[in-house]
Every structure is written in structure tokens, then in C-alpha cells.
Design a protein around this ligand. Structure first.
Ligand SMILES: Cc1cc2nc3c(=O)[nH]c(=O)nc-3n(C[C@H](O)[C@H](O)[C@H](O)COP(=O)(O)O)c2cc1C
Length: 488
């Protein structure tokens, strides 16, 4: 069931020993980053061993609204956020739904009916009264929010976990994306949707027509909604429906006070407003980004705030990004797990996938496949570069299905041994992540695929391919039996 507020999630984290309250006064400028970064870096590189807690800062710049950070900072907390014991449970559920076949027996039919009834409950519901509108500020002032200035070179304070709700003016389709917002002054921010993202597409469609584009940036509420805003869903799939699926209950929506945009009723804070496509863009950034480097300043639309609504006692959720590992690693790892079954719909030969945290999700993907025909690895590369946000993957390593993609030592050993660089590296040019500072043109660069599968005769490899070295079972068993006597 959904969390009715961020406070409800904080209580669950606290009961699970996953949250520390900090009442010592701290500044939103740099100080919270330094504290949170030290805690996040306790996560080291091993995703499974993350142990830095979520932090609730209760006294930030003397403001009344507390700051929650690192709430998603471990796979355990991701599971708590999504209401499961392990995010793999959701991956299995998605896999099962995808594999649903027409029922054969009466029992199958009943099962399918129960499934349909359950799924029928996940579309959103419109409500009139909403906790997120307990307080309505018609004279909005963003300075009431404890917004962090994250890093010394940042252009200013940035809202880092806003769920941005837009509608496509062409089709009416809704989108929710998580795009950072730089505070320019008490009533304006930047709207940093990258050119490949859905929000930017809606903006371009609005530009074709006249008029402002109304939108709302929501903060807090059910953490599943925050995760869904980061998920790389295709344009046509509504993040609200996806959240309903995750939480097994339809999201309650309420119409904005000053905008014709529906927002989750259980949000902690809602910032309503508009961007005007006829207005000149404004310089946004630099910002210490999730690559671990500053993303360069560039021009983005200006978001004008028309109203702020909030709960009586809201919590301000935020994160910091920077040199990995950071909190966003766990949002990304959750996407890796949940989207694997979806990738397999198009590419059933994919066995497993690892987007290593230090590869910052677009720099490196390691994929294992069940190879069935010559150049199969190359087919998988091209397919992945054509699939949604996988198109950003700068380095794609394809290995055989017997390689554990999550064991980077094994991957290094296999890839190094199995490739002939001249033959096995595939270079392509195309769209790359806007944050790729090495690309010669912003958003346009090259990518490399590495075919590290065993090569076949049918692929022109005439030599013998050697077997990996392993001891035989008989000898192993014998040595086991005398091991104690060896005193080693
Ligand atoms: C903490 C965090 C901050 C992000 N900031 C941005 C951003 O400023 N601009 C952007 O285009 N994507 C940003 N992203 C990535 C998007 O949220 C992600 O690509 C999402 O799938 C976009 O949604 P869309 O496909 O509906 O546009 C951020 C992700 C996280 C986890």
C-alpha cells in the first residue's frame, strides 16, 4: 500500500533502524552535502553492503521544514520505499505479467480474472481534498524551502528531487520526470530537462502552439512516485500508472490550484507554475553532477512559480549527486533490476545486465547473452543503442551467459582475454547523454561495443578456443578430504 506521506516513510525507516535524526543546526549551503557525502561514501563500491543511514536534518538554516536525504541510499531502503522485501520481487512480478499466456483451464481463467481485478485497481483516482493543499500560498516564495547549495562550484541552490508533471499538448499524455531545478529567485527556477527527455519534448510541442506550458513540481509523498519519476519509461507509459502498479493501489490525484495539472494528493509540497516557450532561455548551472564532475552551464527554460501548496508539516526531500557512489546509485540499480525483464521482451537472449555504479549508468553496461548465431553480440549492441535511454550507453560489453556480469573481476578477466581489439570493437556515432563532457558536440558523440563472447568458426575464427582452467572434481574431493591434515 502507498505511504500516505514522506513522514510515514520516515517512520518506517526509523523503526527499521535505517534513519538518523540530526537536530544540530546545519546550513543548507555545502554543510549538508559534506555530512551526507561522508555517510554515502560509507556505501563504498559494494552496492549490497551499503550501510550509511538516511538522514533527517531537523534544524536547517532555522527553517521549519526538515530535510530528508539518503532515504533511497541502500537496496534495503529501496525495497522499503517500494513496499517489498527485495526489489527482485517486483522484477519477478513484471516478468510473470509479461509471460502471461491465454488461460487453458478454468483454474487458469480464475487466476487471470483475479489478476485483472487487481490491475483494474491501479489507475489513478481524482480526489477533491488533498493533504498537499492543506496550506495554499498564493504569494509564493521559494525561500521557505531549505534548498541545498550542493557543491562549491554550483551556480546556486538546486532542488534535486522534484517530480515534474507535464502534459503533451499534442496528445494530452501525461509525463512525470525528475529534473533538477536551479533557484534563480523567490519565484523562478531553471527547468533542466535534457533535450532527449520527455519533459523537453512536451516543451517543444508547446512551442509549436502558442501559450504557456503549465506544470507542477512535486516534492515528497509516496517514495514509489519519486522512484517512478526517475524510471526510463517509454513516453506512452504513465509514471502514475506505474506507481499504482508498484504500490498495488491507484495514486490519488488532485487538480492544481492555479494550473490545470493533476498532482499526487499525498505530496508533501507542490510548486505550481509555467514555462513560456516564447520567453528566452536562461543560463543554468554549473552543477556538481552525478558523473562526479560539474555539468557545464547551458541555456534552459525558466519556470515561473504561481503558487506553492504544502502539508501542514511537510518534509523536504533532497539528494546530492557527485563522485560515485551516491544515493542515486540505488535508484539506478533498481531500474537495472526492474527493466531487465522488459528488455528481455525485445531481446530474449539477454541473460543478465550490470550497470556498474562507477560507470554512472550511461558510461558502461555489461550484458550477458545466450549466443545463438554469428555476430549475435553485435545485434544486441545495436538493439540496445536503439532502446530508450539505453541509447546513451557509451561502452557496451557483451559476454557469454556463463559470465557473472556482477563480478567485475571476472568480467575484466574474461573481456581482456576474449577480445581481439581490432576485430571485436564496434564504434558507432549517435546521441549521447547530455552530461557526457567528452563528446565533441553536446549530446552527439561516439560509443563503443565490445564483443567479448567466445568466437566461433562461423564468425571466421579458425583457431581453437581454449577452455578456462578448472580442477577436476575427483582431485578437489580428495584434497578436501586431506585439507585439515595439511595445516594450511
Ligand atoms: C537525482 C537525479 C537527478 C536527475 N536530474 C536530471 C536533470 O536535471 N535533467 C534530466 O534530464 N534528467 C535528470 N535525471 C534523470 C531523469 O530523471 C531520468 O532520465 C528520467 O527517466 C527522465 O524521465 P522522462 O523519461 O520521463 O523524461 C535525474 C535523475 C536523478 C536520479
Amino acid at each position: 500500500m502507498p505511504y500516505y506521506s514522506l513522514t510515514a516513510f520516515v517512520q518506517v525507516l526509523e523503526r527499521a533502524g535505517e534513519l538518523k535524526r540530526i537536530s544540530h543546526p546545519v546550513k543548507a549551503k555545502l554543510e549538508i552535502t559534506e555530512i551526507a557525502d561522508r555517510v554515502m561514501k560509507r556505501n563504498l563500491s559494494a552496492v549490497a553492503q551499503a550501510d550509511g543511514p538516511a538522514l533527517l536534518f531537523e534544524n536547517v538554516d532555522g527553517k521549519s521544514i526538515p530535510v530528508l536525504i539518503n532515504a533511497f541510499g541502500s537496496m534495503k531502503r529501496m525495497a522499503l520505499a517500494l513496499g517489498v522485501g527485495d526489489v527482485e520481487e517486483i522484477a519477478r512480478e513484471i516478468d510473470r505479467l509479461i509471460r502471461t499466456r491465454p488461460p487453458k483451464s478454468f483454474k487458469d481463467k480464475l487466476g487471470l480474472l483475479a489478476e485483472l481485478v487487481r490491475l483494474a485497481g491501479i489507475p489513478p483516482k481524482l480526489v477533491k481534498d488533498a493533504a498537499c493543499q492543506e496550506i495554499i500560498l498564493h504569494d509564493p516564495d521559494l525561500s521557505i524551502l531549505p534548498v541545498l547549495t550542493c557543491w562549491p562550484g554550483d551556480a546556486g541552490p538546486f532542488i534535486t528531487l522534484p517530480m515534474v508533471f507535464t502534459r503533451d499538448p499534442r496528445s494530452g499524455t501525461r509525463n512525470v520526470g525528475l529534473y533538477r531545478m536551479q533557484i534563480f529567485d523567490r519565484r523562478t527556477t531553471g527547468m533542466h530537462w535534457h533535450l532527449h527527455k520527455v519533459g523537453a519534448r512536451h516543451y517543444l510541442h508547446q512551442k509549436e502552439q502558442s501559450g504557456r506550458m503549465e506544470l507542477a513540481a512535486c516534492l515528497g509523498g509516496d517514495p514509489a512516485m519519486i522512484y517512478a519519476a526517475t524510471a526510463p519509461l517509454p513516453d506512452q507509459i504513465d509514471e502514475i500508472l506505474f506507481t499504482g502498479f508498484l504500490r498495488k493501489k491507484g495514486v490519488e490525484l488532485v487538480k492544481g490550484v492555479t494550473v490545470d495539472v493533476e498532482v499526487p494528493a499525498n505530496s508533501d509540497i507542490v510548486i505550481e507554475g509555467y514555462v513560456d516557450p516564447s520567453e528566452p532561455l536562461r543560463r543554468e548551472g554549473p552543477f556538481g553532477d552525478h558523473t562526479g564532475f560539474y555539468s557545464l552551464a547551458d541555456d534552459y527554460p525558466v519556470f515561473h512559480v504561481t503558487c506553492i501548496t504544502h502539508r501542514k508539516s511537510p518534509i523536504y526531500p533532497t539528494t546530492i549527486v557527485g563522485r560515485p557512489p551516491m544515493e542515486d546509485a540505488f535508484l539506478g540499480k533498481t531500474t537495472e533490476r526492474l527493466f531487465l525483464p522488459l528488455l528481455r521482451v525485445t531481446l530474449p537472449e539477454i541473460v543478465d545486465m550490470n550497470l556498474p555504479v562507477h560507470g554512472v549508468f550511461h558510461n558502461l553496461a555489461i550484458i550477458s547473452i545466450k549466443k545463438e548465431y554469428p555476430a549475435h553480440a553485435r545485434k544486441v549492441m545495436h538493439a540496445l543503442w536503439g532502446l530508450g535511454q539505453m541509447m546513451f550507453t557509451k561502452t557496451l560489453m557483451i559476454v557469454d551467459d556463463d559470465v557473472n556480469v556482477h563480478d567485475l573481476a571476472e568480467v575484466t578477466w574474461v573481456v581482456g582475454n576474449h577480445i581481439d581489439p581490432k576485430r571485436d570493437l564496434v564504434f558507432v556515432e549517435g546521441p549521447v547523454d547530455v552530461l557526457d563532457h567528452a563528446a565533441p558536440i553536446m549530446g552527439y558523440g561516439s560509443k563503443v561495443g565490445i564483443d567479448a563472447t567466445r568466437k566461433w568458426r562461423s564468425e571466421g575464427f579458425e583457431r581453437e578456443w581454449p577452455a578456462a582452467i578448472v580442477m577436476d572434481d575427483k582431485t578437489k574431493k580428495y584434497i578436501d578430504s586431506i585439507w585439515e591434515k595439511l595445516g594450511l
